[in-house]
Design a protein around this ligand. Structure first.
Ligand SMILES: [Zn+2]
Length: 324
């Protein structure tokens, strides 16, 4: 399936079919549908009766298998929680070498249906170093009739040698109006607020209960007081959110606060413009950068089961110092 804003990218890609590479690397902002696009391509290549514009028919045997996730000539490499690292300070989602090896074995089999085989790797930047070098070896000597589709939000984190083995393809983010109308079609309340909060990328998990916690949290940041911040820390704790969630909210808030002071252009919280304007006039920029630093130090621990309330309270103390 393609999203409404992807048709131009799809037409552009179809022009390159005459000389398909062994590997594509799809890049672009998170939350714009890169994986869906790569999957559309995979299904289109496996489909027995593709229609106009190479669209998969959705009805043939291959398409039915694909929809069930059981097409024998298709493999997907996605991250799993890294068990080995659970006892250390970080919990990371990684693609590990065992999974890559399995896929390599698959690429050396012959196709079940005498056609193309497709391997989707997403997000490719989550391969750990061993997995990445194993994949690189395959990309250097690609087996015939195997197409690799790599998807990355942060391609700079891939090995340069992997990047150079792929044909890079930047996918466009939707314009604001297109994204808003799509969100409205999905029945979302307050689409403009949500879209801004997600940096203009329309694909995100929307949880109204979580949005309510976030709005309370942001309101407290907008009118900083010790009492309200302690209440928010407690609330986040009560909802059993991982630290990553409030950190992301606060990171975006601090971004807008700094941007308001420096350029007057805010990105994530346009509905809080007045509050941001008033706060930025009171803000000590050095303290604001210190608070951003303290936050960045916590980001690697976002999935770790440490005391979320305690960490947030510490961060709020730094935030209050921004306003003297
Ligand atoms: Zn089909």
């Amino acid at each position: 399936m393609l999203y409404p804003w992807q048709h131009e990218d799809w037409r552009r890609l179809n022009l390159e079919r005459a000389r398909l590479p062994n590997a594509w690397l799809f890049t672009g902002l998170g939350g714009i549908g890169k994986s869906a696009f790569a999957e559309h391509l995979a299904q289109s290549l496996l489909c027995d009766r593709p229609g106009p514009e190479h669209a998969p028919c959705g009805e043939c045997e291959a398409c039915r298998w694909y929809a069930l996730g059981s097409h024998p000539d298709f493999r997907r490499l996605s991250p799993l929680l890294d068990e080995d690292e659970e006892k250390t300070s970080r919990k990371l989602l990684t693609i590990k070498i065992e999974a890559v090896r399995e896929v390599i074995d698959f690429t050396h089999l012959t196709s079940h249906r005498n056609g193309q085989r497709v391997v989707l790797v997403e997000p490719a930047e989550t391969m750990n170093p061993a997995a990445a070098s194993a994949l690189l070896k395959v990309l250097e000597e690609p087996p015939p009739d195997v197409l690799f589709l790599l998807v990355a939000h942060a391609p700079q984190r891939l090995l340069p040698t992997i990047r150079s083995r792929c044909r890079q393809y930047a996918l466009a983010a939707p314009g604001r109006e297109v994204a808003l109308s799509w969100l409205r079609e999905q029945g979302m309340a307050m689409p403009a607020t949500e879209l801004a909060h997600h940096g203009g990328a329309p694909l995100f998990d929307h949880d109204p209960a979580l949005a309510e916690v976030r709005d309370g949290f942001i309101s407290a940041l907008a009118k900083p007081s010790l009492a309200s911040m302690l209440t928010q820390a407690e609330r986040v704790d009560k909802h059993k959110l991982t630290l990553a969630v409030p950190l992301e909210w606060m990171q975006k808030w601090l971004h807008d606060l700094a941007a308001q002071g420096l350029s007057g252009e805010i990105r994530y919280f346009p509905d809080q413009q007045d509050a941001l304007h008033a706060l930025s006039r009171r803000a000590d920029l050095m303290q604001l950068f210190r608070c951003q630093d303290a936050l960045l130090h916590l980001v690697p621990f976002g999935q770790h089961p440490l005391n979320v309330r305690l960490q947030l309270e510490g961060l709020f103390m730094d935030y209050l110092k921004v306003f003297g």
